[in-house]
Design a protein around this ligand. Structure first.
Ligand code: BGP
Length: 475
């Protein structure tokens, strides 16, 4: 097939903290990132970000003009419930009501994520997802959102990327609370988030709203760098921890025996243990029968090599190519594959990994119903020349991924939409503002938007449903 179906969504993705700004306006309470990125050593923060709080009308008008018919937004928990628990902020409710109405007015279907990395500060300080009380606090927040916005929002996601919360916050240390190499906490966080996710699915389904609910996972391809048994084992271990563990929970409703054994093996090499509480697996089991879709974020795959040493990580947050180091005790090392091109931030560009992951979903989780590619895109140091931005490498990146999506659809995978990361340029959590992803360039001096070449290309694809080359685009 070389064409997308008429009902395929060509969307753009955002997340509250990365775009809204207005951090202290109209009763919003602080989230974990407000504190973390306002420490003296931090070089950037989201106080203003892309000023979406004030400029969302412009962004939605642009979306409409450029054929973008879906938008991923997330709801800032601390804008709606400033302390995370207790009083609801009417101005926060009004803002999201207005935003949703504006989306619909522009024929841009809102896909709303409840938690995109931004736990309210006090709840975060209490232990974030390690504090089991936050499971019910989150369910309460979800209820407020469903009651207020559930009449118009038809696509809900519980979480964005629990693996990133776990990996970045507790293994790499480039997200709050900046803990490194604590695999025990990372696994426990993921499990607790799975319980919270499942409870929210149950709640949504009990409210009989006319919409669908799922979760957004980042799924990373894990490829052994050689055919050796040791390297294959490293890829298998990394895959189990990053992908399988939570896919099993969401779609099988249990951790398969082999998955749990493998996670326990990784934990024991790192002196850790997972606590599963009474009733956890029952709620996870029930939700897996009801989940409507998988949101899949795919950017890259990792090439794995066996590794026996201590954990060692360097995060390339500056775009200085070739500076990344990633080796984890009990798992393996992610190494460079000289045959595969990378971005300046050392992310291998490997669209085959997306295709293989989609095939795997169908095979291993046949009850998945449908998939949205909820994020995909390329971080790039855009050049802004006389109001124009030639981002051909980004177009090439997205096009390659589209080709593999079409191939997966041909193989019978039910992919219903694609949300490019990102709609406009946004704050990158651990990289700042020079790692740009948007279809629309944001000039942070005055917050003006400028459609990049990729926006014109995307418009053409959304209109014709067919892939075209970047050199066919006039802009
Ligand atoms: C995903 C997040 C997004 C976004 C994206 C790009 O993990 O869901 O919020 O930030 O990755 O990542 P980065 O900004 O680190 O380049």
């Amino acid at each position: 097939m070389n064409k997308f179906e008429d009902d395929f969504i060509f969307g753009g993705a955002t997340a509250a903290y990365q775009v809204e700004g207005a951090a202290k306006e109209e009763g919003r309470g602080p989230c974990e990132w407000d504190e973390y990125l306002n420490r003296p050593e931090s070089k950037f923060n989201g106080d203003v970000a892309s000023d979406f709080y004030h400029k969302y009308k412009d962004d939605l008008e642009l979306s409409n003009k450029f054929g973008v018919n879906g938008i991923r937004v997330s709801i800032s928990w601390s804008r709606v419930i400033p302390n995370g628990v207790g009083e609801v902020n009417p101005k926060g409710i009004k803002y999201y009501n207005d935003l949703i109405d504006e989306c619909l007015k522009n024929n841009v279907e809102p896909f709303v994520t409840l938690h995109h990395f931004d736990t309210p500060l006090q709840l975060f300080k209490n232990g974030d997802w390690l504090d089991r009380r936050n499971i019910d606090n989150f369910v309460n927040f979800a209820k407020v959102c469903f009651e207020n916005f559930g009449d118009r929002v038809k696509q809900w996601a519980t979480f964005n990327e629990p693996w990133s919360v776990a990996q970045n916050g507790y293994i790499i240390g480039n997200f709050p609370p900046s803990i490194r190499y604590d695999i025990e906490k990372a696994v426990q966080i993921m499990h607790n988030m799975m319980v919270a996710h499942a409870k929210v699915i149950e709640l949504y389904k009990s409210m009989n709203l006319n919409g669908e609910i799922g979760i957004v996972h980042t799924l990373e391809g894990k490829v052994p760098i050689t055919d050796s048994e040791e390297d294959k084992r490293a890829a298998y271990l990394d895959d189990t921890l990053a992908n399988k563990f939570m896919l099993d929970a969401c779609f099988k409703g249990e951790y398969a025996k082999e998955t749990l054994e493998t996670v326990n093996e990784i934990l024991s090499k790192n002196n850790g243990k997972l606590a599963i509480y009474d009733g956890d697996m029952d709620v996870i089991k029930a939700a897996a029968k009801k989940i409507d879709f998988l949101g899949m974020n795919y950017y890259s795959s990792h090439f794995l090599k066996a590794y026996e040493g201590e954990s060692k990580i360097h995060h390339n947050g500056t775009g200085e190519k070739g500076t990344s180091i990633f080796a984890l005790k009990g798992i393996g090392a992610r190494v460079n594959n000289p045959e595969v091109e990378t971005t300046d931030w050392d992310w291998p560009i490997y669209p085959q990994g997306m295709y293989q992951t989609l095939l795997r979903i169908k095979k291993d989780y046949p009850n998945y119903k449908k998939v949205y590619i909820a994020e995909n895109g390329m971080g790039y140091k855009d050049d802004f020349v006389d109001g124009k931005i030639d981002d051909t490498p980004r177009i090439e990146y997205i096009k390659k991924h589209f080709e593999y999506i079409l191939k997966a659809i041909d193989e019978g995978i039910n992919v219903k939409g694609y949300y490019v990361w990102s709609l406009m340029d946004v704050l990158s959590w651990s990289n700042g503002y020079n790692k740009r992803y948007g279809l629309f360039y944001v000039d942070y001096k005055d917050q003006k938007r400028y459609p990049k070449k990729s926006a014109y290309w995307y418009k053409k694809i959304a209109e014709t449903k067919e892939l075209v080359d970047s050199n066919e685009i006039e802009y």
